[in-house]
Design a protein around this ligand. Structure first.
Ligand code: HXC
Length: 257
């Protein structure tokens, strides 16, 4: 669809942001296509999504600077909301989303990766929030998610200095989960996604919900969110099968759901 390629590999969906002329920078069209692609993901069939960028140089080099250059105050706010709505949709999708970061992840590129559950990157990846160098703030959730992922001190340092960091430093500060040679990035992302897809899908969704929703409230409330989701698993075939299989001495007898 337009600037977005979508491919299905078993129970894994792969979204590729494909605007190579601008290093996959996000303009309104790309955001619209991304939104429509996410809406079209068959959540009955897909258990894990991967988001990556086309080519070997850039994941997403940010929001489109040309498009932003002439915005008014109201238009700037509206542009921020378009991106925020899409990224929030990614963050709150019921299934896990892995960002496979294959190069530049700057500004909006770093921000989209942070709306994913897990970030894997290639050795050539570069992260940064260069916005203050352009006279703006991060606008697709960067001030909020970076602080939550790496802590406020590191987030403030990266955002105030507008300094780009390489994959190794992103790994050291906990911004990415794993770093791979470029040619191994997609195979490793698919391997992880397929591993997740093999696990009980309702339980995996419940874990995502528990972690995301729990982080937004105090611990007393958070632990109740977990209790409810934990309890709901006992109404699933996966729980009955999973535990019966473990306990049964003659594994063959237990019927898979
Ligand atoms: C528009 C972009 C772009 C961007 C790259 N391009 N990034 N166009 N918006 N964010 C275009 C270039 O203009 C150029 O087009 C082509 O992609 C190749 O880029 P080059 O600069 O020639 O490549 P290179 O020299 O390798 O440098 C790569 C780079 C650099 C370091 C990534 O392109 C760069 O600094 N880009 C901007 C990164 C950035 O500041 N991102 C944050 C944006 S603010 P032509 O036509 O000349 O070939 C942001 C805010 C989010 O994201 C919140 C909004 C609400």
């Amino acid at each position: 669809m337009g600037f977005i390629d979508y491919e299905v590999d078993g129970q894994v969906g792969i979204i590729t942001i494909n605007r190579p002329k601008a290093l996959n920078a996000l303009n309104s069209e790309v955001l619209k296509d991304l939104d429509a692609t996410i809406d079209a993901v068959d959540l009955d069939a897909i258990r894990c999504l991967i988001i990556t960028g086309a080519g070997e140089k850039s994941f997403v080099a940010g929001a489109d600077i040309g498009e932003m250059s002439t915005l008014t105050k109201a238009e700037g706010e509206a542009f921020g909301k378009v991106g925020n709505d899409v990224f929030r949709k990614i963050e709150t999708l019921p299934i896990p989303v892995i960002a496979a970061i294959n190069g530049f992840a700057l500004g909006g590129g770093c921000e989209i990766s942070m709306s994913c559950d897990i970030r894997l990157c290639s050795e050539n990846a570069v992260f940064g929030q260069p916005e203050v160098g352009l006279g703006i703030t991060p606008g697709f959730g960067g001030t909020q998610r970076l602080a939550r992922i790496v802590g406020p001190g590191k987030a403030k340092q990266l955002i105030y200095t507008a300094r780009n960091i390489k994959a190794a430093e992103a790994y050291r500060i906990g911004l990415v989960n794993e770093v791979y040679p470029l040619e191994e990035l997609m195979p490793q992302a698919k391997k992880m996604a397929k591993g997740i897809a093999k696990n009980a899908p309702i339980a995996v969704r419940a874990c995502k919900k528990a972690i995301n929703e729990g982080l937004e409230v105090g611990m007393d409330e958070a632990i109740v969110i977990e209790e409810k989701l934990f309890g709901s698993c006992f109404e699933t075939e996966d729980q009955k099968y999973g535990m019966a299989f473990f306990l049964d001495k003659n594994k063959e007898k237990v019927k898979e759901p």
